[in-house]
Each structure stands twice: as structure tokens, then as C-alpha cells.
Design a protein around this ligand. Sequence first.
Ligand SMILES: Nc1ncnc2c1ncn2[C@@H]1O[C@H](COP(=O)(O)OP(=O)(O)OP(=O)(O)O)[C@@H](O)[C@H]1O
Length: 248
Amino acid sequence: MTALLEVDDITKRFGGIVALDALNLSLQPGELRCILGPNGCGKTTLFNVLTGAFKPTSGTVRFRGEAISGKGPIAISRRGVSRKFQVPGIFPELTVLQNVALPMAAASRKPTLRSLIWHKIDPARLAELLDFAGLTDKADVLASDLAHGEKQRLEIVMLLAVDADLLLLDEPTAGMSKGETATIAALIRRLTSEFGKTVLVIEHDMQFVLDLDCRITVMARGTVIAEGTYDEVRNNPQVIECYLGQAS
Ligand SMILES: Nc1ncnc2c1ncn2[C@@H]1O[C@H](COP(=O)(O)OP(=O)(O)OP(=O)(O)O)[C@@H](O)[C@H]1O
């Protein structure tokens, strides 16, 4: 199968700092992958390169076979790459329903003022998305009044509403309780199993990584040092030395 995302020998330097060092990564369509790595190993820089926020110093990123590494954030997001930051990027002054409807309208081929005032929103799809996030009962609640975990769920469903193919999630469980973390893991698994999305998740919480039950890429010093199942990477001597050993 052709990879949806291919990261080929990407290096990113900031002056003398080598944040990414000839990094290679490949994601198949519909794959869920988790990125682990100690602080400062380049995870956020990788997301910034994938979304066009940073141009790589060298190397190529291909999305659906097309080189996107020289392109800007808007061009890359139009091709179907969406990102969720640690802090929920929701519209606090709008209701939950409006927060989901807005990206649905914006995702239409030619967003118009009419579509943005709900005339072209498919109500069945809107209901499906609210249900997916477990937020049907909160449809008319202001987003600012949601609990932290609900805000994270809202943002995940907003990514789904945009209808991007590749979703980049940066620590989606930051600041959450154990129960909320399990809910988010289940939601993320459904993004791939039910909606066919390809999802790349940066995460530190090992229980959450276990719950995701997916292939793991471990980074250290700007490059990939191991890839495999949870048990495979956990038993990898380089990983134990660089990351898991420090955590346990
Ligand atoms: N805009 C920038 N300018 C200069 N140096 C940067 C910049 N962004 C990142 N770096 C450096 O690049 C390296 C990788 O940083 P990055 O934030 O990508 O790591 P990370 O793995 O996401 O860390 P964390 O887990 O703490 O978020 C670090 O040494 C960092 O200081």
C-alpha cells in the first residue's frame, strides 16, 4: 500500500541546534501511531515541519505522494493535514454545536457566508459528530463552560468536522484525570476504526499509550531510535537507556 505520509531524511537546524536529524517516518492510510520521546527530542518540531509552520533544513515530506515540505501551513491544511495543540483550540464564546458546525462549513469546497450561517450544514452529520464526542446533551452549552476533558473531546471532533485525512494530536490527554484519559484513548481509536483517519499522536502518559494499542515510534536527539509495539519498544535497550528507563 502507498504510504499516506512519508518523512524522508528530514533535518531541521536552529543555528547550532539540530532539532531533527535525518528523521524518517512512514504512515499508512488509516494507521494510528504514537510518538514517544524525552523532552527536547524534537517531537513538536516534527509536527511543525509536517504542518508547514517550519521549513526543514533538508529532506522531504510527502503527503499522498506529493512533496509538501516547501509549502506553507494553509496549503498543507487544504491538502488534508490538521493539528490539535495541547491547549484546546475551541471558540469559548460559541456553543458546542456552533463549534462543530463552523469547521463543517469551512470544510465545504467554497465556504460562503451562507454556509457559515448554517444553511449548508448537514444536520444528520452534525448530530453524528456530537454523538461521537459524547456531547449531544451539551450541544447548547457554551464551550467555555465545558470541563477540561469535554473541551479536548470537542476539539477532536472539530478536527473530524474539517474532514482532514491526517490528524496530528499533541498530548491530547495533558491535564486530564485517569477516567478522561481512557475516554480520549477510545475516541482516538474510533477516529481510525470508524472514520478511516490516519492519526499521529505525541504522548507522554504511558497508560494512555497502552490504551491506544498502536505501533509506537520512539524519538531521541531528533531521530527515530525504535519502532514497534509497546512491548517491543519497552524492551529495546536504546529506548530503556534514552527514555523508558528514565521514566520507570
Ligand atoms: N523555534 C525554535 N528556535 C530555536 N530552537 C528551537 C525552536 N523550536 C525548538 N527548538 C529546539 O529544538 C529542540 C527540540 O525541541 P522540541 O520542542 O521539538 O522537542 P519536544 O520533543 O517537543 O520537547 P517537549 O517534550 O519538551 O515538548 C530543543 O532543543 C529546542 O530547544
